[in-house]
Design a protein around this ligand. Structure first.
Ligand SMILES: O=C1C[C@@](O)(C(=O)O)C[C@@H](O)[C@@H]1O
Length: 238
């Protein structure tokens, strides 16, 4: 099953972040995903950008042998991650790691169009899906602005993602409304996430308000407000 199909079910697919900075820890995190009900591992390569390729290959092989999907994400500092560098460095990291055959690659939407297009082409040539992502730690757009933003991202990606840090309950309701709109209006799956305690409703929402994917932990979290895989499964299974 391809990545897009994997996250197109009625329930949000569960993705667990891999955040380790050493080979034994990283491989242990991957194995924990293999033994869990999560369908996807999101490898946050910004945590360890000079990871040896052989380690990446071991991680990918373990996940694929267990029928889990691998989403590769290099999150920049401005978007809540650890990566500092030019778009050429960001692209070089992905170019190197495409050799491990990820199922999907996260590309931040803010990059200049030409650089972004080149990266999208590279990811598609490697047979992986593109997740267009955007994060805002201070503000949540209005519903109309969020719709515009996701529509623009959907024009160049296979999956769209918006994560914001709600400052008020109304912000969380806007994200839920955006998620419900995206399900009906967009041609591709949409991941819509509220970070922090106020956003947790978006991580557990099912049915009409469900995000295509929800990030949950087996230990280390990669963003504020993430719940455990066990908690999400409990809610999804009722
Ligand atoms: O984009 C996201 C969403 C996220 O920030 C969250 O809030 O769960 C976690 C990140 O690892 C991931 O890349």
């Amino acid at each position: 099953m391809g990545f897009v199909q994997q996250i197109s079910g009625t329930m949000p697919a569960i993705a667990v972040p891999l955040t380790a900075k050493t080979a034994p820890e990283l491989i242990a995190q991957a194995k924990a995903v293999c033994a869990s009900p999560a369908a996807i591992a999101e490898w946050r390569v910004d945590a360890w950008p000079d990871v040896p390729l052989a380690v990446g290959q071991t991680v990918a092989a373990a996940l694929h042998a267990a029928n889990k999907q691998l989403l590769l994400t290099c999150r920049t500092q401005a978007q809540g991650g650890a990566f500092v560098g030019a778009v050429s460095d960001y692209g070089a990291l992905y170019r190197r790691l495409l050799a491990i055959s990820p199922d999907a690659v996260d590309i931040e939407a803010h990059w200049p169009v030409a650089a972004r297009k080149a990266l999208v082409a590279l990811v598609h040539e490697a047979g992986a899906a593109v997740v267009a992502s955007a994060h805002d730690f201070t503000a949540t757009p209005t519903l109309a602005a969020g719709q515009q933003q996701l529509t623009a991202q959907a024009a160049w990606a296979d999956v769209v993602k918006l994560a914001t840090m709600p400052q008020t309950p109304a912000d969380t309701l806007t994200l839920l409304a955006l998620s419900a709109w995206a399900k009906k209006a967009l041609p591709c799956p949409a991941i819509v996430i509220g970070m922090g305690a106020l956003g947790q409703l978006t991580r557990v929402a099912t049915g009409a308000f469900a995000s295509a994917l929800t990030f949950a932990t087996l230990g280390a979290a990669s963003a504020p407000g993430q719940l455990s895989v066990q908690a999400i499964v409990g809610i999804q299974e009722g």
